[in-house]
Design a protein around this ligand. Sequence first.
Ligand SMILES: Nc1ncnc2c1ncn2[C@@H]1O[C@H](COP(=O)(O)OP(=O)(O)OP(=O)(O)O)[C@@H](O)[C@H]1O
Ligand SMILES: N[C@@H](CCO)C(=O)O
Length: 276
Amino acid sequence: MALKLYLTVEIVEPSDAWIIEHDFGPQIPIDKNNLIIQTALKIEPTLPPHHLKMRSEIPLEHGLGSSSSAIVAGIKIAEVIGNRGMSILEQLEWACQIEGHPDNVVPTLLGGLQVASYDADLSRLNEENLTFLSLPVPTCSMIAFVPNYSLSTKAARNVLPASFARQKAVMASSKANVLVAALTQRKLIPAGKMMESDLFHEGYRSTLIPELAKIRAIAHQHQAYATYLSGAGSTIMTWLPKEHLAEFKADLKDFSNTHQGEILELKVDTKGARVK
Ligand SMILES: Nc1ncnc2c1ncn2[C@@H]1O[C@H](COP(=O)(O)OP(=O)(O)OP(=O)(O)O)[C@@H](O)[C@H]1O
Ligand SMILES: N[C@@H](CCO)C(=O)O
């Protein structure tokens, strides 16, 4: 699901070498090794170097899709500087191929709530690898607790088992199937129940993110539909009825006195990435 937190890249002017100004510090390259520029050059290897400026409201490695936003920005830069028309399907395929999965890049490009399946076949670019459907956007309140520590997707995947027994995989898939069916019908109570009974990821990751269980317990006192990990974490999202928002927010604020993190009330973006 795309949320109203934005990464913005300004194309300043042509330059002798690629340079991208930003406030992320030394962790993120300022030259052609930056993920945004790498993405653009993968699509258009002869793209002439430019001076870029990036501003981002999306924290790095917090499960809020920073890398997806960077990849999508790179695709749009290849399109604009390369003066190259690209269909949305072509953009989606590049994005999935570079990110390796469709979870965040599809909503980043399209906006809204998207369910997607991508069969990675890195040997070729093939739009048939991707199937996606847009679902109605939930109309509840959404609150993120963004812990003050980062968690890379790679580290969050390292705690997952390499394989699942068939019986467990079938049970886990049934949760995901019912979740999608419930979202299709805008039924947030069964959707929330399924979100909180995920068997593929969250149980293993909760040891890395101890706040998840604690916030879930607080949220249940406020009739929340669900509390879950955003992306691979560390951000913890809660969906709840609008009428319970103020009281839940007050309790979450008390919680943040002992567990450091930022509280964000987020809305859904329904437009996706755009070029001005
Ligand atoms: N805005 C950005 N500009 C350049 N590189 C970025 C940017 N955001 C992320 N990256 C690169 O992508 C790497 C991987 O990010 P990672 O996928 O772990 O975090 P995330 O996108 O916040 O997580 P998630 O995919 O769960 O939302 C970062 O370590 C960094 O190298
Ligand atoms: N959804 C993916 C990460 C998305 O960034 C995962 O849970 O590993």
